[in-house]
Design a protein around this ligand. Structure first.
Ligand code: ADP
Length: 289
């Protein structure tokens, strides 16, 4: 299965150009859409989910013309928006059962089977009788995925899912997405590079409504070998430094300031060559834009 987006553009009524000629091809697997706040990620996600219309462009999932066949898309879409509401006083198992009913699974024993399968898949079976209001952030997000999984979707869209999760919950959520992404298309929109680096088989970077690159995260890192350099710059005048070097990022470590720069050749001057990470690719791509 392939999701193909061609020349998608959207200008809001206040004049903000949120999408500018966006084209992407998204195969089965976990796809990371990475970009800073305001880049256009949610606009793109909502447009794919047919919650809003673009001004121009096309979106196809194989031979399904998504903006023109909204009902058909809804039958195969699971969507986890940035914020989703549920009844805090309801038990997980009951709420999921109701969702199954809404999605048209009328047979009670079939529903029971589906609910059990999904709650086990997202690791919430033991918490099935707990009220949703008592769930931790990570459990809520996994419940969000559970509700998105009802009805056997072929496409799952997850918008900024890991904000507010602790590292353990985030890893658990990542593993769940990776597992689901084996069989269908999962699009994960995020501004957190780590959400993408360990997981996604394919990714794109978006900024100011434009796709800057679409790539395989593992492959693109190879292009950066030998080009990322680090140095302790504690006490250095950064304004001058930034005029001379292509600074990617700075970090504080043990009271010292370290800077990473991009350079095709050895900048000498006490820099040491370091292994590239996806964050280098991300910041370098954004700074080139
Ligand atoms: P992201 O999800 O990457 O943070 P968004 O798609 O939410 O980005 O926003 C992209 C741009 O469009 C931003 O400049 C945002 O302020 C603007 N925007 C988003 N929704 C609307 C709207 N309904 N009306 C006007 N401008 C909007």
């Amino acid at each position: 299965m392939n999701l193909t987006i061609t020349n998608l553009s959207k200008t809001y009524s206040n004049g903000v150009k949120a999408l500018k000629d966006v084209s992407l091809t998204i195969p089965n697997g976990l796809f990371g859409l990475l970009g800073p706040n305001g880049a256009g990620k949610s606009t793109l996600m909502r447009t794919i989910a047919t919650l809003q219309d673009a001004d121009k462009g096309e979106i196809w999932m194989d031979d399904l013309n998504i903006p023109k066949e909204k009902q058909k898309l809804k039958q195969v879409l699971g969507y986890l928006p940035q914020e989703f509401g549920f009844y805090t006083k309801e038990r997980a198992i009951n709420q999921l059962d109701q969702l199954c009913m809404l999605k048209g699974i009328a047979n009670k024993s079939e529903r029971k089977q589906v609910v059990e399968y999904i709650l086990k898949k997202v690791n919430l079976w033991d918490a099935r009788k707990q009220k949703l209001g008592t769930f931790s952030g990570g459990m809520k997000q996994r419940f969000g995925i559970a509700q998105a999984l009802v009805g056997n979707p072929k496409l799952i869209i997850v918008d900024e899912p890991t904000a507010g999760l602790d590292p353990y919950e985030r890893r658990r959520f990542h593993n769940l997405l990776a597992e689901i992404g084996k069989e269908i298309i999962v699009i994960l929109s995020t501004h957190i590079v780590d959400d993408v680096s360990n997981l996604c088989t394919n990714m794109a970077i978006i900024d100011k409504g434009k796709i800057l690159i679409q790539t395989d995260p593992g492959e693109i890192i190879n292009d950066y070998y030998g080009k990322i350099w680090e140095k302790d710059v504690t006490g250095v005048d950064m304004e001058e430094f930034e005029k001379e070097f292509d600074v990617i990022s700075t970090r504080l470590y043990a009271g010292k300031v370290f800077v990473r720069i991009y350079s095709d050749s050895d900048p000498e001057d006490y820099f040491r060559s370091v292994e590239p990470i996806l964050e280098d690719v991300y910041f370098h791509t954004l700074s080139d834009n």
